[in-house]
Design a protein around this ligand. Structure first.
Ligand SMILES: *Cc1c(COP(=O)(O)O)cnc(C)c1O
Length: 404
Protein backbone atom coordinates (compact mmCIF):
# COMPACT_ATOMS: atom_id res chain seq x y z
CA UNK A 1 0.00 0.00 0.00
CA UNK A 2 1.33 3.43 -0.94
CA UNK A 3 1.72 6.01 1.82
CA UNK A 4 -0.49 9.03 1.26
CA UNK A 5 1.38 12.28 0.61
CA UNK A 6 0.76 15.41 2.71
CA UNK A 7 -1.59 17.88 1.08
CA UNK A 8 1.07 20.58 0.98
CA UNK A 9 4.34 19.75 -0.70
CA UNK A 10 7.58 21.10 0.86
CA UNK A 11 8.70 24.54 -0.38
CA UNK A 12 10.84 24.68 -3.49
CA UNK A 13 13.94 25.62 -1.49
CA UNK A 14 13.62 22.22 0.13
CA UNK A 15 13.16 23.64 3.64
CA UNK A 16 10.45 22.37 5.93
CA UNK A 17 8.29 24.93 7.72
CA UNK A 18 10.17 24.19 10.97
CA UNK A 19 13.52 24.86 9.32
CA UNK A 20 12.23 28.14 7.91
CA UNK A 21 10.90 29.25 11.28
CA UNK A 22 14.17 28.46 13.06
CA UNK A 23 16.28 30.25 10.46
CA UNK A 24 14.10 33.34 10.50
CA UNK A 25 14.03 33.58 14.32
CA UNK A 26 17.82 33.21 14.48
CA UNK A 27 18.34 35.84 11.78
CA UNK A 28 16.05 38.24 13.64
CA UNK A 29 17.98 37.74 16.91
CA UNK A 30 21.22 38.52 15.08
CA UNK A 31 19.79 41.66 13.51
CA UNK A 32 18.63 42.90 16.93
CA UNK A 33 22.10 42.34 18.45
CA UNK A 34 20.40 40.02 20.91
CA UNK A 35 22.02 36.79 19.81
CA UNK A 36 23.35 34.80 22.80
CA UNK A 37 26.57 32.83 22.83
CA UNK A 38 27.95 30.53 25.47
CA UNK A 39 31.50 31.06 26.67
CA UNK A 40 33.45 27.91 27.41
CA UNK A 41 34.51 27.76 31.06
CA UNK A 42 37.65 25.74 31.71
CA UNK A 43 38.00 26.21 35.47
CA UNK A 44 35.86 26.15 38.62
CA UNK A 45 33.87 29.28 39.53
CA UNK A 46 35.82 31.89 41.45
CA UNK A 47 37.19 35.41 41.16
CA UNK A 48 39.73 34.17 38.61
CA UNK A 49 38.48 31.82 35.94
CA UNK A 50 39.78 30.41 32.69
CA UNK A 51 37.44 30.96 29.77
CA UNK A 52 38.04 30.26 26.10
CA UNK A 53 41.77 29.82 26.75
CA UNK A 54 42.17 33.09 28.71
CA UNK A 55 42.58 33.86 32.40
CA UNK A 56 40.18 36.60 33.46
CA UNK A 57 38.66 38.11 36.58
CA UNK A 58 34.96 37.23 36.54
CA UNK A 59 32.24 39.58 37.76
CA UNK A 60 29.28 37.66 36.40
CA UNK A 61 28.47 34.61 38.50
CA UNK A 62 25.84 34.32 41.25
CA UNK A 63 28.30 32.52 43.52
CA UNK A 64 28.12 35.52 45.88
CA UNK A 65 29.91 33.87 48.79
CA UNK A 66 32.51 31.98 46.78
CA UNK A 67 31.23 28.59 47.95
CA UNK A 68 30.94 26.82 44.58
CA UNK A 69 34.58 25.73 44.86
CA UNK A 70 35.01 25.72 48.66
CA UNK A 71 37.11 22.77 49.94
CA UNK A 72 34.59 21.81 52.65
CA UNK A 73 31.74 21.78 50.15
CA UNK A 74 33.75 19.68 47.69
CA UNK A 75 34.72 17.26 50.43
CA UNK A 76 31.12 16.80 51.59
CA UNK A 77 30.14 16.13 47.98
CA UNK A 78 32.88 13.51 47.58
CA UNK A 79 32.16 11.76 50.86
CA UNK A 80 28.44 11.58 50.10
CA UNK A 81 29.11 10.28 46.58
CA UNK A 82 31.13 7.46 48.18
CA UNK A 83 28.24 6.64 50.52
CA UNK A 84 25.24 7.19 48.25
CA UNK A 85 26.54 6.94 44.69
CA UNK A 86 25.58 9.51 42.06
CA UNK A 87 22.01 9.11 40.86
CA UNK A 88 19.03 9.31 43.21
CA UNK A 89 17.25 6.66 41.13
CA UNK A 90 13.71 7.99 41.25
CA UNK A 91 11.44 10.81 42.33
CA UNK A 92 11.03 11.52 46.05
CA UNK A 93 7.66 9.79 46.25
CA UNK A 94 8.81 6.57 44.59
CA UNK A 95 12.13 5.64 46.20
CA UNK A 96 14.48 8.58 45.66
CA UNK A 97 14.02 10.45 48.98
CA UNK A 98 17.43 10.02 50.60
CA UNK A 99 18.26 10.77 54.22
CA UNK A 100 20.63 13.45 52.85
CA UNK A 101 17.65 15.23 51.25
CA UNK A 102 15.71 14.95 54.47
CA UNK A 103 18.52 16.33 56.64
CA UNK A 104 18.93 19.26 54.26
CA UNK A 105 15.19 20.03 54.42
CA UNK A 106 15.41 20.11 58.23
CA UNK A 107 18.42 22.45 58.09
CA UNK A 108 16.71 24.78 55.59
CA UNK A 109 13.54 24.96 57.71
CA UNK A 110 15.60 25.78 60.81
CA UNK A 111 17.73 28.38 58.99
CA UNK A 112 14.72 30.22 57.53
CA UNK A 113 12.65 29.88 60.72
CA UNK A 114 9.87 27.99 59.00
CA UNK A 115 8.02 24.84 60.11
CA UNK A 116 9.21 22.86 57.13
CA UNK A 117 11.06 23.05 53.84
CA UNK A 118 10.70 21.05 50.64
CA UNK A 119 13.68 20.45 48.39
CA UNK A 120 12.90 20.83 44.66
CA UNK A 121 15.44 20.17 41.91
CA UNK A 122 15.62 23.69 40.46
CA UNK A 123 14.31 27.14 41.25
CA UNK A 124 12.56 27.26 37.92
CA UNK A 125 10.65 24.09 38.76
CA UNK A 126 9.91 25.28 42.29
CA UNK A 127 8.31 28.49 41.03
CA UNK A 128 6.33 26.92 38.20
CA UNK A 129 5.22 23.99 40.34
CA UNK A 130 4.25 26.03 43.38
CA UNK A 131 2.26 28.65 41.48
CA UNK A 132 0.54 25.93 39.49
CA UNK A 133 -0.32 24.01 42.67
CA UNK A 134 -1.53 27.02 44.65
CA UNK A 135 -3.67 28.71 41.99
CA UNK A 136 -6.02 27.77 39.18
CA UNK A 137 -8.18 29.39 36.50
CA UNK A 138 -10.31 30.99 39.24
CA UNK A 139 -7.35 32.74 40.91
CA UNK A 140 -5.52 36.01 40.36
CA UNK A 141 -1.74 36.28 40.59
CA UNK A 142 -0.30 39.76 41.18
CA UNK A 143 3.23 39.93 39.85
CA UNK A 144 5.87 42.64 39.77
CA UNK A 145 6.75 43.52 36.17
CA UNK A 146 10.40 42.66 36.80
CA UNK A 147 9.75 39.23 38.31
CA UNK A 148 11.99 36.37 37.23
CA UNK A 149 10.82 34.49 34.13
CA UNK A 150 10.04 31.35 36.15
CA UNK A 151 7.40 33.17 38.22
CA UNK A 152 5.83 34.49 35.03
CA UNK A 153 5.86 31.03 33.47
CA UNK A 154 4.32 29.55 36.61
CA UNK A 155 1.45 32.00 36.27
CA UNK A 156 0.91 30.96 32.63
CA UNK A 157 0.96 27.25 33.46
CA UNK A 158 -1.54 27.72 36.29
CA UNK A 159 -3.98 29.51 33.95
CA UNK A 160 -4.66 32.00 36.74
CA UNK A 161 -5.38 35.58 35.77
CA UNK A 162 -2.00 37.35 35.73
CA UNK A 163 -1.98 40.99 36.78
CA UNK A 164 1.35 42.73 36.55
CA UNK A 165 2.00 45.82 38.63
CA UNK A 166 4.68 48.47 38.07
CA UNK A 167 8.02 47.59 39.63
CA UNK A 168 7.90 47.97 43.44
CA UNK A 169 4.83 50.22 43.08
CA UNK A 170 2.69 49.60 46.17
CA UNK A 171 -0.01 52.04 45.09
CA UNK A 172 -0.43 50.23 41.77
CA UNK A 173 -0.57 46.89 43.57
CA UNK A 174 -3.18 48.16 46.03
CA UNK A 175 -5.36 49.59 43.26
CA UNK A 176 -5.30 46.23 41.53
CA UNK A 177 -6.05 44.33 44.74
CA UNK A 178 -9.01 46.65 45.43
CA UNK A 179 -10.65 45.92 42.11
CA UNK A 180 -9.97 42.18 42.20
CA UNK A 181 -13.13 40.06 42.01
CA UNK A 182 -11.69 36.62 42.70
CA UNK A 183 -11.41 35.07 46.17
CA UNK A 184 -8.13 33.27 45.51
CA UNK A 185 -5.34 35.85 45.36
CA UNK A 186 -1.60 35.47 45.43
CA UNK A 187 1.10 38.13 45.28
CA UNK A 188 4.35 36.77 43.83
CA UNK A 189 7.55 38.82 43.86
CA UNK A 190 11.30 38.48 43.82
CA UNK A 191 12.92 39.43 47.15
CA UNK A 192 16.03 40.82 45.43
CA UNK A 193 15.55 41.68 41.75
CA UNK A 194 17.99 39.61 39.72
CA UNK A 195 18.89 42.22 37.10
CA UNK A 196 18.41 45.41 39.16
CA UNK A 197 19.65 44.35 42.58
CA UNK A 198 17.02 46.28 44.51
CA UNK A 199 14.77 44.78 47.20
CA UNK A 200 10.99 44.38 47.15
CA UNK A 201 9.25 46.48 49.85
CA UNK A 202 8.18 43.31 51.62
CA UNK A 203 6.86 44.67 54.97
CA UNK A 204 4.41 46.92 53.10
CA UNK A 205 3.53 44.11 50.71
CA UNK A 206 2.86 41.78 53.62
CA UNK A 207 0.49 44.41 55.06
CA UNK A 208 -1.34 44.70 51.74
CA UNK A 209 -1.50 40.92 51.45
CA UNK A 210 -3.08 40.68 54.87
CA UNK A 211 -5.51 43.55 54.25
CA UNK A 212 -6.75 42.01 50.99
CA UNK A 213 -6.54 38.36 52.03
CA UNK A 214 -3.89 37.50 49.46
CA UNK A 215 -1.09 35.01 49.97
CA UNK A 216 2.45 36.38 49.62
CA UNK A 217 5.07 34.32 47.81
CA UNK A 218 8.66 35.57 47.77
CA UNK A 219 11.43 34.24 45.51
CA UNK A 220 14.66 34.87 47.42
CA UNK A 221 17.08 33.36 44.89
CA UNK A 222 19.45 36.33 45.23
CA UNK A 223 19.13 37.13 48.94
CA UNK A 224 19.27 33.70 50.54
CA UNK A 225 22.68 32.90 52.01
CA UNK A 226 24.13 36.39 52.47
CA UNK A 227 21.34 38.88 53.29
CA UNK A 228 19.98 39.36 56.83
CA UNK A 229 21.49 39.00 60.28
CA UNK A 230 22.48 35.35 59.84
CA UNK A 231 22.31 35.13 56.04
CA UNK A 232 18.83 33.58 56.00
CA UNK A 233 17.79 36.06 53.33
CA UNK A 234 15.37 38.84 52.58
CA UNK A 235 12.65 37.68 55.01
CA UNK A 236 15.16 37.75 57.86
CA UNK A 237 16.45 41.13 56.67
CA UNK A 238 12.95 42.59 57.07
CA UNK A 239 12.09 40.50 60.15
CA UNK A 240 9.21 38.73 58.37
CA UNK A 241 8.16 35.31 59.63
CA UNK A 242 6.07 32.56 58.18
CA UNK A 243 2.89 34.47 58.96
CA UNK A 244 3.90 37.49 56.85
CA UNK A 245 5.60 35.51 54.07
CA UNK A 246 3.79 32.16 54.04
CA UNK A 247 5.43 30.94 50.82
CA UNK A 248 9.20 31.44 50.77
CA UNK A 249 11.22 30.11 47.87
CA UNK A 250 15.00 30.23 47.51
CA UNK A 251 17.62 28.60 45.35
CA UNK A 252 20.79 26.75 46.28
CA UNK A 253 22.77 27.37 43.08
CA UNK A 254 23.63 30.99 43.89
CA UNK A 255 25.00 32.05 47.32
CA UNK A 256 25.01 28.43 48.48
CA UNK A 257 27.34 27.54 45.61
CA UNK A 258 25.53 24.25 45.06
CA UNK A 259 22.40 23.34 43.11
CA UNK A 260 18.67 23.07 43.67
CA UNK A 261 15.94 25.04 45.39
CA UNK A 262 13.38 24.82 48.17
CA UNK A 263 10.04 26.10 49.35
CA UNK A 264 9.70 26.86 53.06
CA UNK A 265 6.50 27.39 55.01
CA UNK A 266 3.89 25.73 57.15
CA UNK A 267 3.49 22.00 57.69
CA UNK A 268 0.30 22.08 55.60
CA UNK A 269 1.91 24.06 52.76
CA UNK A 270 4.69 21.51 52.44
CA UNK A 271 2.37 18.49 52.69
CA UNK A 272 0.12 20.11 50.07
CA UNK A 273 3.08 20.58 47.71
CA UNK A 274 4.22 16.98 48.26
CA UNK A 275 0.78 15.95 46.99
CA UNK A 276 0.15 18.54 44.26
CA UNK A 277 3.38 20.16 43.03
CA UNK A 278 3.81 18.38 39.72
CA UNK A 279 7.51 19.17 39.10
CA UNK A 280 8.14 17.74 42.57
CA UNK A 281 6.07 14.61 42.05
CA UNK A 282 7.11 13.81 38.49
CA UNK A 283 10.83 14.53 38.50
CA UNK A 284 13.87 12.62 39.69
CA UNK A 285 15.25 13.75 43.05
CA UNK A 286 18.55 15.57 42.78
CA UNK A 287 21.68 13.58 43.67
CA UNK A 288 22.02 13.02 47.44
CA UNK A 289 25.63 14.23 47.25
CA UNK A 290 24.38 17.62 46.04
CA UNK A 291 22.20 17.81 49.17
CA UNK A 292 25.19 16.87 51.34
CA UNK A 293 27.32 19.56 49.68
CA UNK A 294 24.55 22.11 50.29
CA UNK A 295 24.49 21.22 54.01
CA UNK A 296 28.23 21.84 54.08
CA UNK A 297 27.62 25.25 52.45
CA UNK A 298 25.16 26.11 55.21
CA UNK A 299 27.84 25.11 57.71
CA UNK A 300 30.40 27.40 56.04
CA UNK A 301 27.94 30.30 56.06
CA UNK A 302 27.69 29.89 59.86
CA UNK A 303 31.36 29.16 60.52
CA UNK A 304 32.88 31.78 58.17
CA UNK A 305 30.83 34.95 58.78
CA UNK A 306 33.76 37.00 57.45
CA UNK A 307 32.65 35.98 53.93
CA UNK A 308 29.41 37.89 54.33
CA UNK A 309 31.14 40.85 55.97
CA UNK A 310 33.70 41.00 53.16
CA UNK A 311 30.93 40.88 50.54
CA UNK A 312 29.16 43.80 52.24
CA UNK A 313 32.45 45.75 52.31
CA UNK A 314 32.94 45.11 48.58
CA UNK A 315 29.42 46.32 47.77
CA UNK A 316 30.14 49.52 49.68
CA UNK A 317 33.56 49.88 48.03
CA UNK A 318 32.13 49.38 44.55
CA UNK A 319 29.41 51.97 45.06
CA UNK A 320 31.73 54.56 46.60
CA UNK A 321 34.34 53.94 43.86
CA UNK A 322 31.71 54.31 41.13
CA UNK A 323 30.52 57.59 42.66
CA UNK A 324 34.09 58.95 42.77
CA UNK A 325 34.64 58.04 39.12
CA UNK A 326 31.33 59.44 37.95
CA UNK A 327 29.96 56.02 36.97
CA UNK A 328 26.18 55.95 37.27
CA UNK A 329 24.89 52.94 39.22
CA UNK A 330 21.37 51.88 40.13
CA UNK A 331 19.60 51.80 43.50
CA UNK A 332 21.16 48.57 44.72
CA UNK A 333 22.77 47.66 48.03
CA UNK A 334 23.28 44.05 46.97
CA UNK A 335 26.05 42.17 45.10
CA UNK A 336 24.11 42.85 41.88
CA UNK A 337 25.37 46.18 40.51
CA UNK A 338 23.96 47.06 37.08
CA UNK A 339 25.42 49.78 34.85
CA UNK A 340 22.95 50.87 32.19
CA UNK A 341 23.97 51.14 28.52
CA UNK A 342 22.36 53.01 25.64
CA UNK A 343 21.41 49.95 23.61
CA UNK A 344 22.30 46.39 22.58
CA UNK A 345 25.28 47.48 20.53
CA UNK A 346 26.77 49.63 23.26
CA UNK A 347 26.42 47.05 25.99
CA UNK A 348 28.21 44.49 23.81
CA UNK A 349 30.99 46.98 23.09
CA UNK A 350 31.37 47.75 26.79
CA UNK A 351 31.60 44.05 27.65
CA UNK A 352 34.20 43.55 24.88
CA UNK A 353 36.27 46.49 26.11
CA UNK A 354 36.22 45.09 29.65
CA UNK A 355 37.18 41.68 28.30
CA UNK A 356 40.17 43.27 26.53
CA UNK A 357 41.34 44.40 29.99
CA UNK A 358 40.81 40.93 31.47
CA UNK A 359 37.37 41.33 33.05
CA UNK A 360 34.37 39.13 32.37
CA UNK A 361 31.06 40.96 32.89
CA UNK A 362 27.67 39.93 31.56
CA UNK A 363 25.99 42.05 28.85
CA UNK A 364 22.29 41.73 29.62
CA UNK A 365 19.83 42.44 26.83
CA UNK A 366 16.11 41.89 26.16
CA UNK A 367 14.17 39.71 26.66
CA UNK A 368 16.00 39.21 29.99
CA UNK A 369 15.47 42.92 30.72
CA UNK A 370 12.83 45.28 29.26
CA UNK A 371 13.61 46.89 25.88
CA UNK A 372 15.70 50.02 26.27
CA UNK A 373 17.35 48.90 29.51
CA UNK A 374 20.39 46.93 28.35
CA UNK A 375 23.01 46.77 31.05
CA UNK A 376 26.25 45.37 32.30
CA UNK A 377 25.35 43.18 35.23
CA UNK A 378 28.30 43.31 37.58
CA UNK A 379 28.05 40.76 40.35
CA UNK A 380 30.33 40.82 43.36
CA UNK A 381 31.53 37.84 45.33
CA UNK A 382 33.26 37.28 48.66
CA UNK A 383 36.02 35.72 46.54
CA UNK A 384 36.93 39.12 45.05
CA UNK A 385 39.62 41.27 46.60
CA UNK A 386 39.30 45.03 47.13
CA UNK A 387 42.08 45.46 44.51
CA UNK A 388 40.10 43.49 41.92
CA UNK A 389 37.05 45.67 42.51
CA UNK A 390 39.14 48.85 42.15
CA UNK A 391 40.72 47.54 38.95
CA UNK A 392 37.30 46.74 37.53
CA UNK A 393 36.11 50.27 38.33
CA UNK A 394 39.14 51.77 36.54
CA UNK A 395 38.51 49.59 33.49
CA UNK A 396 34.83 50.45 33.55
CA UNK A 397 35.55 54.18 33.65
CA UNK A 398 37.92 53.77 30.69
CA UNK A 399 35.40 51.64 28.73
CA UNK A 400 32.60 54.17 29.29
CA UNK A 401 34.87 56.97 28.04
CA UNK A 402 35.59 54.96 24.86
CA UNK A 403 31.85 54.73 24.22
CA UNK A 404 31.10 58.39 24.72
C1 LIG B 1 18.13 31.75 39.21
C2 LIG B 1 16.74 32.14 39.56
C3 LIG B 1 15.70 31.20 39.56
C4 LIG B 1 15.89 29.81 39.03
O1 LIG B 1 16.62 29.00 39.89
P1 LIG B 1 17.38 27.74 39.30
O2 LIG B 1 17.66 26.89 40.48
O3 LIG B 1 18.61 28.26 38.63
O4 LIG B 1 16.45 27.08 38.33
C5 LIG B 1 14.47 31.59 40.02
N1 LIG B 1 14.24 32.85 40.43
C6 LIG B 1 15.20 33.80 40.41
C7 LIG B 1 14.89 35.19 40.88
C8 LIG B 1 16.47 33.47 39.96
O5 LIG B 1 17.42 34.40 39.90
Amino acid sequence: MALSLPAEAPALDGQTSLERRLASALAERQAQHRYRRRSLLESPQGARVRVGGRDVVAFCSNDYLGLANHPKVIEAFQVAAESYGVGSGASHLICGHSEEHHLLEDDLAAFTGRERALLISTGYMANVGTLNALTDAGSTIFADRLNHASLMDGAFVSRARLQKFAHNDLADLETQLQSCQTDSRLIAVDGVYSMDGDLAPLPEMARLASAYDAALMVDDAHGFGWLGESGAGVAEHFGLGQKEVPVLMATLGKSLGSFGAFIAGSEDLIEYLVQFCRPYVYSTALPPAVAAATRASLGVIHSEPHRRRHLLDLIERFRAGARERGIATMHSATPIQPVLAKDERQVLTLADLLASRGFWVGAIRPPTVPAGSCRLRISLSADHSAEQVDALLDALQWALEQCR
